[in-house]
Write a protein that binds this ligand. Structure first.
Ligand SMILES: *Cc1c(COP(=O)(O)O)cnc(C)c1O
Length: 396
């Protein structure tokens, strides 16, 4: 019999165990030297002036939205093909996540559509871009404040056109780099392409802190704001019970920071192991009819693999494929389910199927296969073998 294959899993060694153990022996569990060391090392790694550790990627995105001055009814242009946190962070500040459709190859936000939306909105013709529920009351819609691209599955968005638009129209760019630690776009590190970048370290990401995240920026005022907001609104010069502004408890504890530092020291190894697994998959899948391996654009000068997501041919039933795989002990996931069709987005904004056709078409046929750094070639072969069988059974 075959051993079950997990969907994902962290790559942890004795070095990580030792790092966490060390923190416990200090008996000093929050806001100490391990956080500072992790922040400084991470900043050096990506070439950022400032890195601010936070309790999750979602928390980091929320703080980035606050820094970009997003308030009630302000617009943030973003993608509907993502994890829900990249749009929810706008709602936390009562802003409007304004979705535009994606590029069918990279699966990232389509810069041409972003440009068209900005032109129409700034010319006073926002209706066709607004969520259906807001089309009757366009006057109640505020200004565009930011663009929030998501580097989906690790592949950077085509950022240069977005950077041009941001400059021309005075917009901030918040990069959701939660899936792309280590990726580069035209040689430049993901997360350092816009005004602020956010990373996430949940256990299924390329590196983990348990729960945790980190914000990078070159903007000193924003870095100070992030440090205050994550720490209950205390400014650096405030005493423990003085709170200059409304803040949060979004701190990253010492245990998590030490784990993060140990993972960061091994990041090149972590990424190359994942890259090897992705290569095994891609090589095997070229022999299998009905499956397209992930597309990599030439602008992706280094691909840091977060997930390995294939697309099935349209004559295949993705959900049935998932069930058939599961029956053979192979887990898989339907990444992503379009955000505009999530129950509360439909209820709040009146979205319907058909509103973002590229996203919906892609989302119907994408399939994330088991993927983690310690996956063996034999495991990859088994997944591919079962996938091939399951596809052939559907085609008889
Ligand atoms: C994982 C992820 C997040 C959120 O990270 P958490 O640390 O789980 O809060 C945000 N956006 C994307 C695209 C992600 O994949």
């Amino acid at each position: 019999m075959f051993q079950p294959i997990p969907m994902s899993g962290p790559d942890l060694t004795a070095a990580e165990v030792e790092a966490v153990h060390q923190v416990i022996t200090t008996r000093f569990l929050s806001f100490g030297p391990y956080l500072t060391e992790f922040e400084n090392s991470f900043a050096t790694r990506v070439g950022a002036r400032y890195a601010v550790g936070v309790s999750s990627g979602t928390a980091g995105l929320h703080l980035a939205v606050i820094a970009a001055d997003v308030g009630p009814n302000d617009i943030v242009i973003t993608t509907p093909f993502s994890f829900v946190a990249s749009a929810n962070c706008v709602l936390y500040e009562r802003g409007i996540p304004l979705f535009v459709d994606i590029d069918p190859q990279t699966l990232n936000i389509d810069p041409a559509q972003v440009n068209a939306a900005i032109q129409d909105i700034r010319a006073g013709r926002p209706e066709r871009w607004l969520p259906p529920a807001l089309r009757q009351t366009p006057a109640a819609v505020g200004d565009i404040k930011a663009i929030l691209p998501v580097h989906v599955f690790g592949q950077p968005t085509d950022m240069d056109p977005l950077l041009d638009m941001a400059q021309t129209h005075n917009l901030s760019i918040i990069e959701d780099a939660c899936e792309s630690v280590g990726s580069t776009y035209k040689g430049r590190p993901a997360g350092m392409l816009g005004d602020v970048g956010v990373f996430a370290f949940y256990p299924n990401k390329q590196m983990t802190t348990g729960e945790g995240g980190l914000i990078v920026t070159d903007n000193e005022d924003w870095a100070n704001l992030f440090r205050s907001l994550r720490n209950q609104g205390r400014d650096v010069f405030d005493t423990w019970l003085t709170h200059t502004r409304l803040g949060y408890n979004y701190r990253l504890d010492e245990l998590s920071a030490a784990l993060g530092q140990a993972q960061l020291s091994r990041l090149d190894t972590l990424l190359s192991k994942r890259s090897q697994v992705a290569n095994w998959y891609t090589t095997r899948l070229t022999d299998i009819a009905g499956v397209q391996p992930p597309y990599l654009t030439p602008e992706t000068t280094y691909m840091s693999w977060c997930l390995y997501v294939v697309q099935l041919d349209p004559d295949l039933d993705r959900n049935q494929t998932m069930t058939m795989l599961q029956n053979q002990g192979i887990p898989s996931r339907a990444y992503f389910s379009p955000l505009h069709l999530q129950p509360f987005y439909r209820q709040k904004f009146g979205y319907q199927p058909g509103d973002f056709p590229v996203t919906e078409r892609v989302a119907q046929f994408t399939l994330a296969l088991p993927f983690f750094g310690n996956m063996t070639e034999a495991q990859v072969n088994r997944v591919c073998q079962v996938l091939d069988d399951v596809i052939q059974q559907q085609r008889v």
